[in-house]
Design a protein around this ligand. Structure first.
Ligand SMILES: [Zn+2]
Length: 136
């Protein structure tokens, strides 16, 4: 039995994941309907079109969920405690990442502005933006 062939993708999951680590970019996709996602895919989950185009996501966003990790994976042993965060990017799309300087439960709050920083560490690293920069 022959599987129906999928459309040729301009990108692969492997290439997409490398983009986070090697190219100092947050790579995402957008559809002509306006849907924006940080999740790799071929078909827009909103409109069903096969028109997802890769583009660079906004580097700034706001925290929508956070949790301080005290028992990290091996790779992050020297960094604990740190905050594991979910960030809603300003231009759309949600990504998970971490904040190295947030070591207590009250260091970050939902809605706090953060920005993506390049790091030799794996994962998507964010930094809290100074409050003075965001208050009018
Ligand atoms: Zn769409």
């Amino acid at each position: 039995m022959v599987e129906p062939s999928a459309p040729a993708a301009a990108h692969s999951i492997g290439e997409y994941l490398r983009g986070y680590a090697d190219e100092d970019r947050l790579r995402g996709f957008r559809s002509s309907c306006g849907f924006v996602t940080a999740t790799w895919g071929l078909i827009c989950p909103r409109c069903g079109q096969r028109d997802l185009v890769e583009f660079d996501l906004d580097r700034r966003g706001r925290i929508v969920a956070c949790s301080v990790q005290h028992v990290p994976s091996d790779e992050f042993l020297n960094d604990a405690p740190y905050a594991y965060v979910v960030v809603e990017l300003d231009g759309g799309g949600r990504v998970t990442g971490w904040v190295a300087t947030a070591r207590t439960d009250d260091a970050l709050a939902i809605g706090d502005p953060v920005h993506f920083v390049s790091s030799y560490k794996s994962g998507v690293q964010f930094e809290a933006m100074p409050k003075a920069e965001t208050t009018e």
